[in-house]
Design a protein. Structure first.
Length: 318
């Protein structure tokens, strides 16, 4: 894999260098899809309920855009639900008639690439190493890594138990370190790649609840990405972060309402929405579209930075 193929290369090949050569992102507008020919590892690809969590949305969207997706999650049942969504969209695309020349090819791109489920605990180094080797052996190696595993626990420094502090760091930050530890050498061998880590606006500011372990870990993800981006730029590996705000994902009903609103999901949703200048909450698909841009050739000159996806919440100070 060359740097120009992923937009991760250090040189100007394919760019506007005065030679008249095409920008590599131009291929993104072809019927093949923005990630056609890529292998993408998406962690946290399951979901705690029905709907669009960040990982599920990324796995489905990346497959639709032509990637071969290694969908990774610790929950096999949740993972199978994600796989079923990809298979359903492929079937729907295959069943659609081609009315104009070339439309069937576009339909195949819309149906997307392939998805392969892989059960793995990304806080376990040996398990992550086996997952990376599986990707290399069975799928040819990773071009894209999207880290989506995470979850919060209520409590400030005086309330959060020490075990919970350590588990919060392991789940939200060490998981990113371990996947990068085992995936980066494979990307380097392939000539480059793109890593997209998912943080949270809790890593930038107070977001309405004391969750100090989660906030500290997500702030760590942002700086981890910046440091890795500079170190691995000569390898053609770009590293960026998506920073979602208070989205309406299945996590709200499954966990957060019990932690923060006595189980009243409607009350929690109203509290969260009131902080957002746009006046509505996004969902995991909004995170996924930001990750798609960062993974694609359209972001070939973007590394070591963040895209905040929060409806303007972190920009307000009242």
């Amino acid at each position: 894999m060359s740097g120009t193929r992923t937009g991760g290369g250090a040189g100007p090949a394919g760019g506007d260098d005065g030679t008249g050569s095409a920008h590599p992102a131009d291929a993104a507008h072809s019927p093949r899809g923005r990630l056609a020919g890529r292998t993408a590892v998406v962690t946290g690809a399951g979901c705690v309920g029905s709907g669009w969590g960040n990982g599920r949305a990324a796995a489905v969207l990346f497959a639709r855009e032509g990637a071969t997706v290694l969908a990774v999650d610790v929950d096999e049942e949740a993972l199978e639900a994600t796989v079923a969504l990809v298979r359903d969209q492929r079937s729907a695309s295959a069943d659609r008639p081609a009315h104009r020349q070339g439309e069937q090819e576009q339909g195949e791109a819309d149906g997307g690439g392939r998805i392969h489920p892989y059960v793995c605990d990304v806080t376990d180094s040996a398990a992550v190493s086996a997952m990376a080797e599986h990707c290399r052996r069975e799928l040819g190696g990773p071009d894209v890594l999207v880290n989506n595993v995470g979850g919060s626990r209520h409590g400030g420094p005086a309330e959060l138990a020490e075990d919970d502090w350590h588990s919060q760091l392991d789940l939200n930050l060490t998981s990113v370190y371990l996947t990068c530890r085992h995936i980066v050498p494979l990307m380097r061998e392939r000539g480059g790649g793109s890593i997209v880590n998912t943080a949270s606006t809790s890593g930038l500011r107070w977001t309405g609840s004391p969750q100090i372990g989660y906030a500290s870990a997500k702030a760590g993800v942002i700086q981890f990405s910046r440091v890795a981006a500079v170190q691995h730029a000569p390898d053609g590996i770009r590293v960026n972060t998506v920073v979602p705000g208070q989205l309406h994902t299945p996590m709200v009903e499954a966990r957060l309402a019990g932690q923060r609103a006595g189980g009243d999901a409607a009350a929690l949703l109203a509290q969260r929405e009131a902080r957002i200048p746009l006046g509505f909450m996004g969902d995991g698909r909004d995170t996924a579209y930001a990750a798609l841009f960062l993974a694609s050739d359209e972001a070939r000159f973007v590394t070591g930075t963040e895209i905040v996806v929060d409806g303007g919440m972190t920009a307000r100070c009242d």
